[in-house]
Design a protein around this ligand. Structure first.
Ligand SMILES: C[S@@+](CC[C@H](N)C(=O)[O-])C[C@H]1O[C@@H](n2cnc3c(N)ncnc32)[C@H](O)[C@@H]1O
Length: 272
């Protein structure tokens, strides 16, 4: 496949600082999430129930009233324990991804994330690509089966799966690709061998590769599990990586349940 490139359609907007704390959730923004999101993210005030962009798997009516339309339901659902971290992640992807984009699933697992991002980038003229990887062939088989179940053959052809460690993504992906999303759902394969897990060292290498491939207006999304051995260290690695990125170029934030210490932590790293 030849290298594909996309340029950002957005210009940077003003920075904000947002910090909101409830009994169970800490949500902090080091700055505005606004420069290339489909929604201006200048402040987290919500007023409408409808969706501004209908780019993913949901089909809600278009709205003209709220810049945060669509996000508020999921965020509130997450705050009140009704939405999972992965659902929140998908929602954020939906506000970043466009039809025709390139997305990377760095940890395919059972394929739910691969399918979700494919639905968001695939268009009728067969643009959009998803590159997926996993160190376990069992996981890639599972992903492939899920794709067979849920998407059509044309859509499936937009996905390329690699049985490799994500730290080697730059060896297998086309040169100079402009990637809109690199997603990590860390830890072990649900229903699989719990000893085969992502590690701080390779996650860090993969994050460095992802950083280079990401286009302006792109997102690195991580769901980090801290309940297994090495999980907390991996979170520290991810946080160290994100907090070291320059404010002028990157917006990094974290969602964390304060009274559920083993709940997955969401980290979003957005390139202005
Ligand atoms: C939590 S699961 C991913 C769930 C998946 N995204 C889904 O939607 O079902 C984590 C996956 O990461 C994979 N993995 C572990 N280390 C890896 C590495 N170094 N590179 C790529 N994948 C890795 C595991 O094999 C496992 O399938």
């Amino acid at each position: 496949m030849s290298a594909l490139g996309f340029t950002s359609r957005f210009s940077p907007m003003l920075s904000n600082r947002f910090l909101c704390q409830t009994n169970s959730l800490l949500f902090s923004f080091s700055s505005s999430f606004s420069s290339s999101l489909k929604i201006p993210f200048k402040a987290l005030s919500c007023s409408s129930n409808s969706l501004l962009h209908n780019n993913g798997t949901t089909s809600r009516p278009l709205s003209t009233s709220s810049p945060l339309s669509g996000l508020e339901d999921e965020l509130v659902g997450y705050i009140f324990g009704k939405k999972k971290a992965t659902e929140m992640a998908h929602l954020v992807w939906r506000h970043v991804l466009h039809k025709g984009d390139i997305a990377i699933d760095a940890t395919c697992g059972n394929g739910y994330d691969t399918v979700a991002m494919l639905k968001m980038v695939a268009d009728e003229s067969c643009r959009g690509r998803v590159f997926g990887m996993d160190i376990q062939t069992e996981a890639l088989e599972s992903t492939s089966s899920l794709l067979d179940e849920i998407v059509n053959q044309k859509e499936k052809e937009l996905v390329k799966l690699f049985p490799i460690c994500h730290s080697r993504m730059d060896e297998v992906l086309p040169e100079k690709i402009a990637v809109r999303l690199v997603a990590f759902n860390l830890g072990y394969l649900p229903g699989g061998n719990k000893d085969i897990i992502t590690t701080s060292k390779t996650t860090m290498l993969a994050l460095e590769s992802a950083k280079k491939m990401l286009m302006s207006g792109g997102l690195i999304s991580l769901v980090v599990y801290v309940g297994h051995p090495g999980g907390r260290e991996e979170l520290e690695t991810v946080e160290g990586f994100a907090s070291g990125l320059c404010v002028d170029g990157w917006i990094c934030c974290k969602f964390q349940m304060l009274n559920r210490p083993l709940a997955p932590v969401l980290v979003f790293i957005f390139k202005r």
